[in-house]
Design a protein around this ligand. Structure first.
Ligand code: CMC
Length: 429
């Protein structure tokens, strides 16, 4: 595609600049503004980075208008139906689906690294019993730098790969430990004879007093949820990981920052917020009132689990989770009136002009909490569940960034503060 000419709408300047077009393999063309300030003296203003591509990436493709999500080119629907979380993890990290040998090695490596240093467990014991598990998760993951930092050279590809595997392997162990701490239960060690999702459930719910069998329906459902959360290109937490990574910080510090970013209710914290919203609505008869509140600009209430920066269509992950919700509840022989409530909320919102005009659809977080709840996972653990899945995306993006020349991330600003003024001694103020 030919370069585009940018002409300034400025009577004092007739300057123009040819902006090269950067085209990916798919997606809208992007203007390269790298020379804008040098040639014309202007910066660009894009709060929330809604119009800004911060990097080139080969990992995940989203077409928000069409509701398409692909990891490494593979449609999310196909991965959800045929793959497993660890196979998806391999694919995101290395670029292609693994051969059987590659998968066996990867699974063995991940399994080998599931245990955490015993001192990390001691660290967890230092948290107050009612600490939010996301606070524990980001604190403990950040502290992993203290265990591996000295030995980690981020310029060495092999060491980066090892750190990535450690993070994928240990995140469920740490998340389960955070939950057990809140319950006052003794530590549970990873059972390496179990597959990834089963092992996590075992670490969550097994107690020394009695045997615990992992329910295969629960493990399958969880594995699918991990797949659906594994990556989502340059979302807030991944961009945070990349921003921290651009400074050359170690991967544990980068991912700890990503966990902190994920926690917010506009991002991964929405899954916990959806469940409390559904509980707050309480009954199908109250839905209309809450939809009205969500539309009122003077009311801070928003429909949690609705809307997305990129999707202006049904989030393809929500389509899969919605279907899975019905299957899981029926296979577990459970009924949950929150599902009826969520469906009614969705129905009313999707018929409402406010939501239609703004293209606000249910997102990945809208139905996931109902499944977590059916699996016995408490709502404070919903966002850590997201973090376990997303760790794969974070480390894949960090690996990609670390293997290509990267400038430090450093946005500019429009300064709106005081212009120069003189210091006045305190007695004169
Ligand atoms: N309820 C009511 N109104 C909404 C909602 C909502 N959930 N989401 C967006 N809007 C309105 C918003 O008020 C604005 O209206 P107007 O144009 O009249 O000012 C318009 O829709 C565009 O919204 P925006 O805030 O400019 O959109 P954004 O791209 O900056 O924010 C979002 C995206 C996901 C943060 C937002 O839709 C939201 O807060 N949703 C609820 C929280 C949520 O479910 N987050 C999970 C996102 S998906 C998973 C993840 O990323 O972790």
């Amino acid at each position: 595609m030919a370069d585009k000419k940018l002409t300034l709408n400025d009577p004092e300047s007739d300057k123009t600049l040819d902006l090269p077009i950067i085209s990916g393999t798919q997606g809208d063309p992007t203007l390269d503004i790298g020379n804008l300030h040098k040639k014309l003296g202007y910066f660009t203003f894009d709060p929330g980075y809604g119009m800004t591509a911060s990097c080139k990436s080969e990992i995940t493709f989203i077409d928000g208008e069409a509701g398409i999500l692909r990891y490494r080119g593979y449609p999310i629907e196909q991965l959800a139906e045929h793959s497993s979380f660890l196979e998806v993890a391999y694919t995101l990290v290395y670029g292609d689906l693994p051969t059987s040998d590659q998968f066996t090695r990867f699974e063995r490596d991940i399994t080998y690294h599931t245990m955490v240093h015993e001192k990390l467990n001691t660290f967890i014991q230092g948290f107050h019993y009612d600490a939010h598990p996301m606070a524990i998760l980001s604190g403990v993951v950040g502290s992993m730098a203290a265990f591996y930092h000295d030995k980690l050279d981020v310029n060495d590809a092999e060491q980066r790969e090892l750190a990535a595997k450690r993070l994928i392997a240990k995140m469920p162990t740490i998340a389960a430990a955070a939950f057990r701490h809140s319950m006052g239960w003794p530590s549970a060690f990873p059972r390496n004879s179990l597959p990834y999702a089963d092992r996590f459930l075992h670490m969550m719910f097994s107690v020394p007093a009695e045997p615990y069998e992992v329910n295969p329906v629960a493990a399958k459902a969880l594995d699918l949820l991990f797949i659906l959360h594994a990556d989502h290109e340059q979302n807030a937490s991944t961009s945070t990981v990349r921003l921290v990574g651009s400074t050359g910080a170690n991967p544990y510090a980068c991912v700890a920052a990503g966990i902190a970013a994920l926690w917010g209710p506009a991002h991964g914290g929405a899954n916990e917020a959806v469940l409390s919203m559904l509980n707050q609505i309480g009954s199908v008869k109250n839905v209309a009132e809450f939809v009205k509140r969500a539309k009122d600009k003077d009311d801070p209430f928003r429909l949690m689990g609705f809307g997305h920066r990129v999707y202006k269509n049904y989030d393809p992950r929500a389509t899969i989770i919605r279907k899975q919700c019905h299957e899981v509840l029926s296979e577990l022989g459970q009924q949950d009136e929150l599902l009826d409530l969520a469906m009614e909320l969705e129905r009313i919102a999707l018929e409402d002009d406010y939501f239609v005009e703004r293209k606000l659809y249910p997102n990945v977080d809208f139905y996931s909490g109902i499944i977590y709840k059916a699996l016995g996972i408490p709502s404070s653990m919903f966002t850590p569940m997201f973090a376990i899945g997303r760790t794969v995306g974070w480390v894949s993006q960090w690996l990609e960034q670390s293997s290509t020349p990267t400038r430090i991330g450093r946005p500019r600003q429009v300064y709106t503060g005081a212009t120069e003024r003189d210091y006045a001694p305190i007695k004169n103020r």
